[in-house]
Design a protein around this ligand. Structure first.
Ligand code: GDP
Length: 197
């Protein structure tokens, strides 16, 4: 798999609008502003494949990108949890997200992006609950690792790993930085593993 080849396929407001549920795909999720769009752009070596937004929570569409072949896809799930969003809208996203995670057969795993300074938010824990319910593997990026000194970043990594010990079959964790391109190879490996039939 060669992620720089990623190209935009389509946007879907709801599960019913998603492309045919065949082949293999990997989703990216995260609380708004965690650094998800930046991580996708870093992975694919593209400046604006996923839009990095200054208005968190505005992207409410599921965006699909193909990698080499339409049978291999990256999926950018709606950013979640910005405080300014009305409760009804928040509930609707939550339902779409849960529905996608539950029903999508081509989904091999989800990359859950967390700001290393604010790991394991309420949203993250909800995602972990859904992953557990659906036996879906999660790979956590502790991103913006450049914001902490190396030792402090390693400290957060081991603390988060320790907290997720009971889920270690389903959940893996790594450091990441879009700014310094830290952890790109490790992420690449996990995605290739998931996208290999
Ligand atoms: P999203 O809402 O999760 O897609 O988050 P974005 O990718 O749009 O990033 C939110 C903000 O964090 C932007 O101002 C980014 O420039 C910044 N950001 C994202 N990743 C990193 C990183 O690895 N290091 C630093 N220092 N800033 C980052």
């Amino acid at each position: 798999h060669h992620f720089p080849s990623a190209t935009f396929l389509t946007s879907a407001p709801r599960l019913a609008d998603c492309p045919a549920d065949t082949g293999l795909e990997v989703a990216f999720a995260g609380r708004s502003n965690a650094g998800k769009s930046s991580a996708i752009n870093t992975l694919t070596h593209q400046k604006s494949l996923a839009r990095t937004s200054r208005t968190p929570g505005r992207t409410q569409l599921i965006n699909f990108f193909t990698v080499n072949d339409p049978q291999y896809r990256l999926v950018d799930l709606p950013g979640y949890g910005y405080a300014k969003v009305p409760e009804a809208v928040r509930r609707e996203w939550q339902e779409h997200l849960a529905h996608y995670l539950r029903e999508r057969r081509s989904l091999q795993g989800t990359v859950l992006v967390m700001d290393i300074r604010h790991p394991l938010t309420e949203f993250d824990q909800m995602m972990m609950g859904w992953a557990d319910d659906n036996d879906m593997p999660l790979h956590i990026l502790l991103t913006k690792a450049d914001k902490l000194k190396r030792g402090a970043a390693m400290g957060v990594l081991s603390k988060v790993r320790h907290q997720l010990k009971e889920w270690e079959d389903l959940i893996s964790v790594q450091l990441f930085s879009s700014q310094d391109r830290v952890g790109v190879e490790e992420l690449n490996e996990r995605l290739c593993q998931w996208l290999t039939p």
